[in-house]
Write a protein that binds this ligand. Structure first.
Ligand code: 9MJ
Length: 671
């Protein structure tokens, strides 16, 4: 049937473009459509089905499955090298044996971490696929290999009588991860690595199962060939494979001499993590096949090829101890101290365990043997515990400390959050710098000129350890800092002085109490009216503030109950930090309560932040995005897409003049 033949030819050609040239000609949907048409034709006329029709990849003919196959030409293994010196020795010996006067040309190829296979094509048709086995005899995996779409069932071009193509079957990383994700969701056992997953897929008794696994193949050598002359060089051999429709590595490259090999190795090692599949090194092959023949073999290892391995990315080691580190924001991070192990090109002796949930989920204990992975420059991680190696006695669970290892303040682990936190705030050495940065920031006490660099210096030189000490700085103490002129010092002192006049909401926000943002600070200030009243309240009383739940209330009460925090607050006030008490308002009585505002564009008479702050102080909610719940959109110059959206939703609009009028009329004279 002509149409069926044409479809098969078309599908094979599309496959070639997709897998060998890595340059798809049509979208997947078009391929699927042609395949569908061919299936329909073959279903209607079963007599026209050919064994090498692309519909017959899963033939179900598992009869010969795993029978032994004796390789006509033995399948080689490669000698490994782990250092530049070993590569240099290899190159030197090759040059000596060949009595070479010039540098040798090598073909350098990525060393794929999969399973070596040999595929026999007779008159262009795939007749057998076998694993390497012991090199002399392998297993027949024809039915399974046929299901791999990058394996052509029929060779392109004028194929010789017999052509054995050799390469590597592997599972790309994306497919491996997707497969493991699915297995995890079903609660099934995970594959340890892509190589194991590929081996498992190739050994399936049912080719239908193999067909569902994301296997691919890349060819790099030939076995027995009859009816064709082979080219003189490995580089040309790869070109011949491609010409026949067999996929080769796009990374393979001809290089000159030892220097060329090592340069290729270094460049590929740097890109290792970007490749879509796992490689465990580089293979160098002497390019001229006549030279290969002269050099011959030692046992089954050729003297003309060498595998230059990358450092292993996974190793076993033991967890000796677990310590908790306190981060800039008070988060406690468990860090495992390991028996030092060389992995991924570096010695790893510490690795973060992220949080307690992670530890509990993976049942990690001190004394356990674990698999440590370090891939490229990625931070080392623990992949899994080797439970088989867990000693019967001598391991113990990892426990979260009740008190901060840095400052001794209580540690809290909030329900629903993975992180455990130190409650020490700025009394904790680990959190000092971050606390000071926050205290001085624009929305807090707005102390101009106190950037990250300056604060870092102040803390490191021991000049400032809590916010109140900022106000003890003098021209003299500042003068000792890097790049600090008299003028800058004077400016900083002026900024400090200016910051002393603040508001209660800003002051509360500046303290850096966990979960107390600007809106909560404002709500607290409005509810209690003065700091004294807030400090006298217990958690239950604080929870009466609108929108303050039990977690925030507890966090505020605990912060303000701490003697260290109280001392700092008293000292700040003694330095002259002050604000006017504000009138206590039940939120519902606030003039703009229940209204939601969005402010967009540039306002002429005040900043957007200032407008938002004024609106909030009048009880309004301020949101960043327009929705059907928005009461008013305030728009300045260049309002952008929010204005269009508000208009579309029928939200009321306010220009700057209308906003100022609203603010004026909502603000009572005594405020
Ligand atoms: C791999 N594994 O990628 C060879 N290999 O050549 C490459 N293996 C090889 N070549 C001869 N690229 C024997 C093995």
């Amino acid at each position: 049937m002509k149409r069926a033949d044409e479809l098969r030819r078309q599908l094979a050609a599309l496959n070639y473009r997709y897998y060998v040239l890595d340059d798809p000609e049509v979208p997947d949907a078009e391929y699927d459509r042609l395949m569908q048409e061919l299936r329909a034709l073959e279903a209607k006329h079963p007599e026209i089905v050919t064994p090498d029709s692309p519909t017959q990849r899963v033939s179900g003919a598992a009869a010969a499955q795993f029978g032994a196959v004796t390789h006509r030409v033995p399948m080689l293994s490669l000698r490994n090298a782990f250092s530049d010196e070993e590569v240099a020795d290899f190159d030197r010996r090759a040059r000596e044996r060949l009595a070479a006067t010039a540098e040798i040309d090598y073909m350098a190829e990525p060393k794929l971490d999969g399973l070596a296979v040999t595929l026999a094509y007779e008159h262009g048709r795939l007749v057998r696929a076998a694993t390497r086995g012991d090199g002399a005899t392998g297993e027949d995996v024809t039915a399974n290999v046929r299901t791999i779409r990058s394996v052509p069932l029929v060779l392109q071009a004028d194929a010789p009588r017999l052509f054995e193509a050799r390469g590597e079957v592997f599972m790309p990383l994306a497919g491996f991860r997707a497969m493991n994700d699915a297995a995890r969701q079903r609660g099934e056992k995970l594959f340890v690595n892509p190589r194991n997953a590929a081996a498992g897929a190739l050994r399936q008794v049912d080719a239908q199962v193999t067909a569902k696994r994301p296997l691919e193949v890349i060819f790099y050598a030939v076995g027995a060939v009859e009816g064709a002359l082979l080219p003189e060089r490995q580089s040309e051999l790869l070109a011949l494979l491609r010409h026949l429709g067999l996929r080769t590595s796009s990374e393979a490259q001809r290089v000159r001499g030892l220097a060329g090999c090592l340069e290729y190795y270094r460049k590929l090692a740097a890109r290792r993590a970007e490749l879509p599949y796992q490689i465990d090194g580089v293979v160098y092959k002497i390019d001229r096949r006549a030279d290969q023949e002269k050099l011959g073999f030692v046992s089954r290892e050729p003297r003309w090829a060498l595998a230059h391995k990358f450092p292993a990315q996974e190793e076993l080691t033991q967890i000796q101890n677990v310590e908790f580190q306190v981060g800039r924001t008070g988060t406690l991070t468990p860090v495992a101290r390991l028996t030092p192990v060389f992995v991924g090109g570096a010695t790893v002796s510490n690795v973060t365990l992220h949080n307690m949930d992670e530890i509990e989920r993976n049942d990690i204990r001190v004394g356990d043997t674990v698999v440590v992975r370090r891939a490229g420059d990625v931070i080392p991680e623990i992949v899994r515990v080797v439970l088989e190696r867990r000693p019967k006695k001598g391991t113990h669970p990892i426990e979260l400390p009740t008190h901060c290892p840095v400052c001794g303040s209580p540690v809290v682990r909030v329900a629903g959050e993975a992180a455990a936190r130190c409650t020490g705030g700025f009394t904790c050495r680990a959190q000092r710098q971050e606390a000071l940065r926050h205290f001085a920031s624009r929305r807090a006490l707005d102390i101009e000129g106190f950037g990250d660099k300056l604060i870092e210096q102040l803390v490191e030189q021991g000049l400032v350890s809590s916010p109140d000490e900022l106000y003890s700085l003098t021209a003299q103490s500042l003068a000792g800092l890097e790049r600090m002129g008299e003028k800058s010092a004077a400016n900083l002192l002026a900024a400090l002085s200016k910051s002393k006049a603040t508001t209660l909401p800003r002051f509360l926000f500046a303290l850096g109490i966990r979960d107390v943002g600007e809106a909560t600070a404002l709500a607290l200030a409005r509810h209690f009216g003065s700091l004294e009243r807030l400090m006298a309240a217990d958690a239950a009383a604080i929870q009466e503030v609108p929108d303050v739940g039990p977690v925030v209330a507890a966090s505020v009460a605990m912060f303000l109950a701490s003697p260290a925090h109280r001392k700092v607050i008293a000292r700040l006030r003694a330095h002259g930090v002050h604000w006017a008490d504000i009138e206590r308002t039940a939120a519902a009585a606030a003039p703009l309560a229940g209204m939601t505002f969005v402010v967009t564009g540039t306002l002429a008479s005040l900043s957007r932040e200032a407008a938002q702050e004024r609106l909030r102080s009048l009880g309004a909610r301020v949101s960043a995005s327009v929705s059907a719940k928005t009461t008013y959109l305030v728009h300045g110059a260049d309002p952008g897409s929010k204005l269009a959206k508000a208009t579309a939703l029928g939200v009321q609009l306010l220009d700057e003049a209308a906003l100022l009028e609203l603010l004026r009329s909502s603000t009572r004279p005594e405020d």
